[in-house]
Design a protein around this ligand. Structure first.
Ligand code: GBH
Length: 492
């Protein structure tokens, strides 16, 4: 594999972050250790039928215990940042209704110190899909405005204990996925659905995703407000939100399909970013949803002015978008009123938008990276951005050869082409992108797919938990070395 040089010079500040991503539930394991409370994913994965291979994150890749080993892997690759999330229930087993779990605080203190000792900046998410089950049981978590108080309390606790050393905070990972999958299709906890699907038959109200989203947006605002008023001056960090960002390409040049792609984006990503950056829901949502869309009070609008310091972008793939408002479509993803009447489809005239992969939603379309970053830059006034996730998934099986397990040429090609597109957008359009994180350092628990999908730069053997570098790890190491000013290099 060649390591051709992609020029980031002139477009990136000298402290551009190169890292890898992770999350507590997918990595830590230790689900009952040292006083941790149970969270929504602990409960969900233990119900038969929810996870493809019947597994769970009880042990995951045991990063809770094996982190020193993982730090060695990071150090070898030469990343200057590591993205991970704090397990809310490890810090506050019962939310604000119980005590702080000091052992949980100690764990993250040790982990953060160990990262910094190696010159690796912690890039920390407060919640990556997880919430203490206590808050689900007490008041139905995101469906209740009460959750804003809990999230504020939790965020404050984290800023207080860790903010002296953590300079990058993310309030939420992919809240759009949390509400779509948790309250529309029901395939994630709390398994609420507006149409019968899989295990989910409850036929809950189709407005629940909008209520949950509203509470998440206001929880974000509450956390940012605390950070701005009590910590930011002293601690000097920044705070943002991470969105799952698909690129929606209009399936034709017709105005109707172009408008459909806009609606698709508004009902997916702008849904959260518009209120936080511009103070109101996207116009398309207001028009189509009317009084089904919650309204921000005067106080809410004041809180929303706290905005964010950066936008985190998880970008993997692109889809075509086809109008279903002016001409009817067969039912499919995106076609209803509450999704913006825009069919999401991977094919145009029978041809995929990009090479399909082992992951059913992942098509290789590097141009999408340029298009989505440009779109966000233009819509949100070139707010500083981080690519907080980008990666390639594979599916190993019993018969996979060593060649297939470790020589992941396709992952390397994917990462190279997406980074190439990103570099071009930064250089030619002046997009203010400040860092890039590969998903992921290691294979890990891939939510409802269990351990059947692998996204790691390192292979994990689940019998022994042994980590083995893939070709892509060596490639990323070389890439970072080629693009990091020597003076900042943390390599010994
Ligand atoms: C990210 O999720 C997660 O942040 C990370 O934890 C995960 O391991 C990683 O990517 C790899 O999957 O069906 O309407 O939700 C991304 C999961 C799944 C989100 C497909 C977008 C399609 C739209 N993505 N999904 S929808």
């Amino acid at each position: 594999v060649s390591c051709n040089h992609i020029s980031l010079k002139g477009s990136s500040p000298t402290n551009f972050l190169f890292g890898t991503g992770s999350s507590s539930y997918q990595f830590e394991g230790a689900f009952m250790s040292d006083g941790k409370g149970l969270n929504n994913w602990d409960i969900f994965t233990h119900k038969p039928g929810n996870i493809l291979d019947g597994t769970n994150g009880d042990i995951a890749v045991d990063q809770y215990h094996l982190y020193q080993e993982d730090l060695d892997l990071m150090n070898y690759i030469g990343v200057n940042s590591y993205r991970f999330s704090i397990s809310w229930a490890r810090i506050l087993p019962k939310g604000r209704f119980g005590k702080v779990n000091r052992a949980g605080v100690d764990h993250y203190n040790k982990f953060i110190d160990a990262l910094l000792l190696r010159g690796i900046q912690p890039f920390v998410t407060l919640t990556h899909y997880d919430i203490p089950q206590e808050l689900e049981d007490r008041y139905r978590s995101w469906l209740s405005p009460e959750v804003q108080e809990d999230f504020r309390y939790y965020a404050n606790t984290c800023f207080k204990f860790f903010g002296d050393r953590v300079k990058y905070w993310v309030t939420f990972n992919e809240p759009n996925v949390v509400v779509i999958r948790g309250y529309r299709s029901g395939i994630y906890p709390p398994s609420r659905c507006s149409f019968p699907f899989g295990n989910c038959t409850s036929g809950d109200s189709e407005v629940e995703p909008f209520i949950a989203a509203h509470n998440i947006i206001l929880s974000h605002a509450a956390a940012v407000n605390i950070y701005r008023t009590k910590y930011q001056k002293k601690q000097g960090g920044s705070i943002g939100m991470v969105m799952n960002a698909l690129w929606y390409e209009p399936i034709s040049n017709s105005l109707a399909d172009k408008l459909a792609a806009e609606r698709a984006q508004s009902f997916y990503m702008n849904w959260f970013l518009d209120p936080i950056v511009h103070g109101s829901y996207p116009a398309e949502m207001q028009e189509l949803l009317g009084s089904d869309l919650p309204v921000f009070s005067k106080f809410d609008l004041e809180m929303l002015k706290n905005g964010l310091d950066f936008i985190g972008i998880n970008h993997y793939t692109s889809f075509y978008s086809k109008d279903c408002m002016f001409s009817p479509c067969e039912p499919g993803p995106g076609t209803t009123r509450t999704e913006g009447f825009a069919l999401r489809t991977a094919k145009k005239d029978g041809v995929y938008i990009g090479e399909p992969t082992a992951v059913d939603w992942l098509y290789v379309y590097p141009r999408g990276m340029d298009k989505i970053v440009t779109y966000i830059k233009d819509r949100y006034n070139n707010t500083p951005m981080f690519i907080t996730e980008n990666g390639y998934g594979e599916k190993e099986n019993q018969n996979s050869t060593n060649e297939e397990l470790f020589n992941d040429f396709k992952r390397v090609e994917y990462l190279k082409s997406y980074l190439q597109a990103l570099a071009e957008t930064m250089r030619t359009k002046g997009a203010d992108v400040r860092g890039y994180f590969v998903w992921s350092l290691l294979d890990n628990f891939e939510w409802t797919s269990g351990y059947t999908l692998q996204f790691g730069l390192h292979h994990v053997d689940y019998d022994t938990l042994k980590r083995t570098p893939r070709l892509s790890a060596a490639w990323y190491r070389q890439f970072i070395a080629n693009h990091t000013p020597k003076i900042l290099s943390t390599q010994k």
